[in-house]
Design a protein around this ligand. Structure first.
Ligand code: FES
Length: 261
């Protein structure tokens, strides 16, 4: 599912995370070298990298938090994973901030600083592992294409009307989908050979976004573990999901497609 914080479809968070990872690992390595060789220039380099790491970590956190709020599907296993990823990164950041502050106090032994930094780098490793899972398995930030090279479309509708225009008759081609946010729900509008359909975005297995999956011949397949659902009836066609999905009524009038809630 397409990242919310992006530049021309390229997610910003993964672009930025490489900087704090490099700076924090560099901080630890140069602090070890400084301790081993008793050289001031190594200690100075470590402090510079520590400041750069803290600054770039804060910068990288902004698009990451935006994607956590608006891209990762709510009430899903991916949301829990993303929350843990964020918490580990915040803990790592705090450890490096504390280590940086303690460095100013000559009474604090060097091994205490190193212990904090080593713990931070270990946490960074776990957080990075989870970040990889979020991208490569949960497909957070993937700019999905549909049949006919259709691009990801997402729209938000305010208000509490019961009948909302969610598309035009020619907007989607067969087997293309778009995600709409209506009444705090995520609903997929798709087009089959027979016409438009609407159904819940959330897969009943672990909450994967069906809008990020594939729609073929009236069946939508979840991108996370491959569960399949009939988009006309909502019935489950293949697991691991055990339950079907909710479908909604659409009407077409004068070239406009309306969602009935
Ligand atoms: S979340 Fe597992 S199949 Fe959809």
């Amino acid at each position: 599912m397409k990242s919310t914080a992006h530049i021309k479809g390229h997610p910003i968070h993964p672009i930025l995370v490489g900087f704090p990872i490099a700076f924090f690992i560099g901080t630890l390595l140069f602090d070890i070298l400084a301790l081993a060789s008793d050289r001031y220039d190594f200690a100075f380099a470590a402090t510079c990298m520590q400041i750069a790491g803290i600054t770039t970590a804060l910068l990288a956190a902004i698009p990451g938090f935006i994607d956590f709020l608006f891209t990762v599907p709510p009430k899903s296993s991916g949301k829990k994973r993303a929350a843990k990823h964020g918490i580990l990164n915040v803990l790592n950041l705090l450890l490096f901030v504390v280590a940086w502050l303690l460095k100013r106090n000559p009474a604090v032994p060097a091994f205490v600083i190193l212990l904090l930094e080593i713990t931070g780098v270990v946490l960074l490793g776990f957080a990075g592992w989870m970040g990889g899972t979020l991208v490569y398995r949960n497909q957070i930030g993937i700019f999905t294409r549909y049949a006919g090279a259709g691009k990801w479309k997402e729209e938000r509708f305010a208000g509490d009307q019961q009948k909302i225009q969610v598309a035009t008759s020619n907007e989607l081609k067969t087997d293309q989908m778009k995600l709409v946010h209506v009444h705090h729900k995520r609903i997929v509008i798709g087009k089959t050979a027979e016409g438009y359909v609407a159904f819940d975005d959330s897969c009943t297995h672990k909450g994967g976004s069906l809008a990020g999956g594939a729609l073929i011949c009236g069946t939508v397949q979840c991108p996370w573990h491959g569960s399949q659902f009939d988009v006309n009836t909502g019935q489950r066609k293949a697991g691991p999901a055990q339950q079907g999905i909710k479908v909604y009524t659409l009407t077409e009038e004068n070239g406009k497609v309306y969602l009935q809630l």
